[in-house]
Ligand binder design. Structure first.
Ligand code: C2O
Ligand code: CU
Length: 491
């Protein structure tokens, strides 16, 4: 009798184990991505509370029709992607992936209203390359996302981007093919759009692209201390760009300054700031301004000896402010309010949730504790669907225990509130919003740029590991495909 019971128990145990194994095997099998797939075939469709009328009907328009102007360009450049040995200021040599043989790539500087034409030529980057204009709300077909808005440009091939530079501000460009690897290896550069009328007296400028070259922080190509003379009394604009995956804390020591712009949008009524660290999430930009004092000013990167020292005189190295500051600068409530084109008290046409968490499961056959969005793993992360003209609200909640710089392509988001606290200061527009653990943001945007747009974490390895989703406009389709077959891997 007892033996029979034991046998039955064993049999049941084995059966349960087999069923469990079967379930896990199926989950593994189902999670594997096909060799070639469309961004439109996956994702959890989310209409944000609006009716689902048109999406996926057959009156679809290819995003390839959403291109920049064909008129004679005002600005023309060619960027050649190639491998090169690059020497940093310290003398250290890197084997890098470059645009035109240099890291960062050439600074592209245009004027507002310019028709920009940039030709990308891939000399020898095996995986292929693209160029994404980070923060520039270009027409969708010019957005440079491999497998969504174009095919990766393979060695020997070329691709031309055209768009009108409508915004003013500090932006950057980078490859959006295997970006978690290619940006780190050097395929990026600054993209500056100047206003048509220059301020007088003409402002001096320094562009500081902060980048980590295998554990060594550089500002531009300077790892270590770079010194630059600046005449005392001159107005100066520092354009800070974080090209890294993680948050960087930057100090401006030796002077009070104003935060003039965030992510390329000017702030209204910025007041003087002192002894505060600027917190830039991966991909973010801050412009700060001050009048050069009679002594040096130092831009330093937290946790690194790398710095840019602006010297008022050749022998002057007095830096007054402490670098061991103090507190983080908070844009929420900074500056003064001003009406925006978004009437944010109005009814929203759609409201979306973007809740970041972690979950056990498989992503493309890889078991692990993966990033999830609204409880789902990639590629079942959201496909937010909007209609042109919609006023959209998005609630971003981070319950994942890790900071995520969330980046939506093609649009700028107006920050409404953080943790329930409304923004009472200058309108704060972002294209990349660093969301810390347990934070909750409400943001709004106008759906005014039709296309299929990536929305992802700009900690690019996170994006590669599944923290990627899309925003799609009704009736817009992509002819491009993702996967190993077409060699398109935007993350
Ligand atoms: Cu700067 Cu989708 O990236
Ligand atoms: Cu992330």
């Amino acid at each position: 009798m007892r033996r029979l019971l034991t046998r039955t128990a064993t049999a049941v145990g084995i059966l349960v184990l087999l069923v469990a194994l079967g379930v896990v095997a199926k989950a593994w099998f189902d999670s594997r991505l096909p060799d070639s797939y469309s961004a439109m075939e996956f994702g959890t469709l989310d209409f944000g509370g609006a009716s689902a009328t048109d999406h996926g009907s057959h009156h679809m328009v290819s995003l390839q029709t959403l291109r920049g102007p064909r008129t004679e360009p005002d600005f023309r450049a060619t960027l050649v992607a190639k491998e090169a040995n690059v020497r940093l200021a310290s003398g250290r040599t890197l084997s890098a992936w470059t645009f035109n043989g240099q890291v960062p790539g050439p600074e592209l500087r245009v004027h507002q209203g310019d028709v920009v034409e940039v030709t990308l030529a891939n000399e020898d980057i095996e995986d292929g390359v693209t160029i994404h204009w980070h923060g520039v709300d270009v027409p969708n077909a010019e957005d440079g996302v491999a497998g969504v808005t174009q095919d990766a440009v393979m060695p020997g091939e070329r691709h031309t981007y055209r768009f009108r530079a409508d915004q003013v501000g500090t932006f950057w460009y980078h490859s959006h093919q295997v970006s978690s690897k290619q940006v780190r290896r050097g395929l990026y550069g600054a993209f500056i759009i100047e206003p048509q009328a220059q301020p007088r007296p003409k402002q001096l400028e320094a562009v500081a692209l902060v980048h980590d070259f295998s554990g060594r922080t550089a500002i531009g190509s300077y790892d270590g201390v770079q010194r630059r003379p600046v005449p005392a009394g001159s107005p100066l604009r520092l354009r800070l760009v974080n090209t890294n995956n993680s948050t960087e804390r930057l100090y401006v020591a030796g002077t009070a300054f104003r935060v003039l712009a965030i992510d390329g949008t000017e702030l209204n009524g910025p007041t003087p700031v002192r002894d505060k660290r600027l917190v830039l999430g991966g991909g973010a930009r801050y412009d700060v301004g001050f009048r050069m004092p009679e002594h040096s000013v130092k831009l330093a990167v937290d946790g690194s000896p790398t710095a840019l020292v602006l010297e008022a005189g050749p022998t002057d190295d007095r830096i007054r402010a402490t670098e061991t500051a103090v507190e983080d600068f908070d844009p929420l409530g900074y500056g003064s309010p001003k009406p925006t084109p978004l009437a944010t008290t109005a009814d929203f046409d759609r409201t979306f949730a973007l809740k970041i968490g972690k979950r056990i499961g498989f992503v493309n056959g890889r078991p692990g504790f993966h990033w999830s969005v609204n409880g789902k793993l990639f590629p079942e992360t959201p496909m937010y669907v909007v209609r042109r003209g919609d006023l959209v609200k998005m609630r971003i909640v981070n319950s994942s225990g890790t900071v995520h710089p969330m980046h939506l392509h093609g649009h700028h988001l107006l920050v409404l509130s953080r943790d329930g606290k409304k923004n009472t200061g200058s309108p704060w527009w972002v294209d990349t919003l660093d969301v810390f653990p347990d934070e909750e943001y409400e943001v709004a945007f106008r759906a005014d740029n039709p296309g299929i747009w990536m929305d992802h974490c700009h900690n690019l390895p996170h994006a590669r590991d599944g923290l990627t989703m899309h925003l799609a406009y009704e009736r817009i389709a992509t002819p491009f495909r993702l996967g190993d077959g077409p060699h398109n891997h935007p993350e």
